[in-house]
Design a protein around this ligand. Structure first.
Ligand code: CAA
Length: 378
């Protein structure tokens, strides 16, 4: 449960109505085809859902983390692909907010507020969990850098208006030789590859992003040379808590679908919801859902208060991702054969849930972050 002020409640009611009337059912066809639902995303952008985390001083709504978490959960409940598209744009804002200049932040904010998208380009074919192993290079040439390389599994890769790109500016320095750049759509040498044909979140756009002699001014660098890895790690420390919220949205939908079904499905002369076996399954699903939500909100609260949150964000993401898969499997079990059928929504929820164990750092990486925080790095 979210504790919201009046403004938050109004916003939530608006987003809920949009998700119920214009996303939930409509996304089924897009999930089937794998086509990116431009019409739905355009409408979401009109409502400002792609720019929820833009600070007030840059033209955003200045929402509390608690409030935008409630809105993100609602999106994920309707369609985790929509959640992914919208939250990835905000992910791309984060390195700028952490280390960027005011003019860079304003430019990205304006692009989002104008209905655009952002993409965070850290991952490469040989640098997923091992993010520091970037092969993309940025070579200084006068007042410019020339960037060559290839990123993969980039959310919004084919639709973004701005890209946060990491590249090695000095390979001899290891992680301290990685820098980050703000690159805009249309830059010569920037292109995207084919869209991934994914298992879940099929309504989000995921592509390779390719740089071929892409020339950018030195002023495109975010923060100082060699700070790109640190900025990206700090970014993910923040955003992982929100991935917990995304997973919670899926879990809540699983609970809702299972409850509705168990009240109308009759076996042995009564609704299956009258059987304690089903009641206890639903209670366990609810325990996981509420725990994931509160852990994510706790991590977000720590962020708001300026207290350490790296471990708590990782716990939120890891727990919520793992539980989303379990809860989706339970929802399928309650619906029985119908749960396994594409006629009903729960098999999509399982496919969508799986990504929360993978993106923004696999749950094995979250355990690395958590154990290092508890035990230290030795
Ligand atoms: N904050 C600040 N600095 C940090 C940091 C953090 N959270 N984590 C590491 N650093 C710093 C360290 O302090 C260290 O600096 P010093 O040498 O000065 O001490 C430096 O970075 C290197 O740190 P490590 O030795 O710990 O680095 P590592 O190579 O062992 O990697 C890791 C650590 C946690 C495994 C990291 O590589 C990681 O998080 N990997 C997962 C990457 C990831 O989450 N990718 C997701 C991509 S985004 C996405 O999925 C979105 C999408 O579009 C789908």
């Amino acid at each position: 449960m979210y504790i919201l002020d009046e403004e938050g409640k109004d916003l939530l009611a608006t987003v809920k109505e949009f998700c119920e009337k214009e996303v939930k059912e409509q996304c089924k066809a897009y999930d089937e085809s794998g086509e990116w639902p431009k019409d739905i995303n355009d409408k979401a952008c009109e409502m400002g859902l792609n720019a929820l985390e833009v600070p007030e001083e840059y033209g955003g709504l200045g929402l509390s983390k608690n409030t935008y978490a409630a809105l993100y959960e609602e999106m994920s409940k309707a369609d985790a692909g929509l959640f992914t598209t919208m939250s990835a744009s905000n992910l791309a804002m984060k390195p700028l907010l952490i280390a960027g200049r005011k003019d860079q932040i304003q430019r990205a904010a304006d692009l989002l507020l104008g209905g655009g998208y952002g993409a965070f380009c850290l991952t490469e074919p040989m640098a997923g969990s091992d993010a520091s192993n970037n092969k993309t290079v940025a070579v200084k040439d006068g007042d410019d850098y020339i960037i060559n390389g290839r990123k993969c599994f980039i959310t919004n890769g084919g639709i973004a208006d701005f890209y946060i790109v990491t590249a090695m500016t000095d390979k001899t320095k290891g992680v301290k030789g990685m820098s980050a750049f703000l690159v805009e759509k249309g830059t010569k040498g920037l292109s995207s590859g084919n869209e991934e044909n994914k298992m879940g979140i099929r309504t989000s756009n995921t592509t390779d992003v390719i740089f071929e002699d892409m020339r950018v001014p030195a002023s495109a660098m975010i923060g100082a040379e060699g700070t790109g890895f640190k900025t990206c790690m700090e970014t993910l420390d923040i955003t992982r808590a929100l991935m917990g919220i995304g997973a919670t949205g899926i879990m809540q939908r699983c609970v809702d679908e299972a409850v509705a079904y168990s009240k109308q499905r009759i076996t042995f002369g009564q609704p299956i919801g009258k059987f304690q076996a089903i009641q206890f399954m639903i209670a366990d699903m609810e325990i996981k859902t509420e725990t994931a939500r509160q852990m994510s909100l706790h991590a977000l609260k720590l962020q708001e208060l300026g207290l350490p949150y790296s471990k708590e964000s990782a716990i939120a993401k890891c727990y919520a991702g793992d539980m989303a898969v379990k809860v989706a499997l339970d929802a399928i079990q309650i619906l029985g054969g119908y749960g396994y059928s594409r006629e009903y929504p729960v098999e999509k929820l399982l496919r969508d849930a799986k990504i929360f164990q993978l993106y923004e750092g696999t749950n094995q990486i979250q355990r690395v972050v958590i154990s290092r925080s508890v035990m230290g790095k030795f």
